[in-house]
Design a protein. Structure first.
Length: 215
């Protein structure tokens, strides 16, 4: 069977990262998250990281040249494997560049999953989100609490609030999403094969809906 290629779309805080990780482990896919790649680069203080840190802190999109370079490298390193793209493409221009990259590589997208959630629910979710900087586990002060307050269940590191999860930045990221990323949904809807999933429920419920949609 050909390797499965999936794109997951959704506003910041829609749960797309969590669902992408679940789907990757269920289907044996590589989870290619541009946000994670950029956060790694920032942590390692690479040249890309130093450039990206400011954009990320302000909730703006990073420059396409950086993102395309990361994506090209990630796709090349995933040759022959299935993958799920999380956080890319985020603009129409990125979707068009991805189309070109895939034509060059002789690969195609099997599913585009869009997770739809009400923006006010997103503000609540993201304000309460905490992440483990070491192993990337994601928690929520409301719904997914750690066993020991403030410590990651998986690796024991101190969990933190992402700098871009402050309320003003969350609202800015949602505006950026509406303006720049919502048209990407139309790009894939027009092509056919777009699946929209209700992202207001719990993690298990949403995951089950995604699996059903991919049958
Ligand atoms: P995420 O973890 O996907 O919410 O991404 C966090 C931040 O990384 C975003 O707010 C952007 O600043 C940057 N970023 C991630 N993916 C992209 C992308 N495809 N294009 C531009 N910037 C991105």
């Amino acid at each position: 069977m050909a390797a499965l290629h999936v794109i997951i779309l959704g506003a910041p805080g829609s749960g797309k990262g969590t669902q992408a990780a679940r789907l990757a482990s269920e289907k044996g896919l590589r989870h290619l998250s541009t946000g994670d790649m950029l956060r790694d680069a920032v942590a390692k203080k690479t040249e890309i990281g130093l450039r990206a840190a400011e954009y990320m802190r302000e909730g703006r999109l990073g420059p396409d040249e950086i993102i395309f370079a990361l994506m090209r490298e990630a796709l090349a390193a995933s040759e022959g494997s299935g993958w799920i793209l999380d956080g890319f493409p985020r603009t129409l221009a990125q979707a068009e560049e991805l189309d070109k990259m895939l034509i060059e590589r002789g690969e195609r997208i099997d599913y585009v999953i869009d997770i739809a959630v009400d923006p006010e629910l997103i503000v609540r979710r993201l304000s309460n989100r905490r992440v483990c900087p070491k192993c990337k586990a994601v928690y929520n002060l409301d719904t997914i609490r750690t066993k020991v307050p403030g410590r990651c269940d998986a690796c024991g590191a101190e969990i933190v609030k992402r700098p871009d999860d402050e309320e003003a930045t969350i609202r800015k990221r949602l505006r950026v999403y509406e303006e720049q990323t919502a048209p990407v949904i139309e790009h894939y809807r027009a092509r056919g094969g777009l699946v929209t999933v209700d992202g207001s429920g719990g993690i298990e419920e949403i995951f089950a809906e995604i699996l059903r949609a991919m049958k």
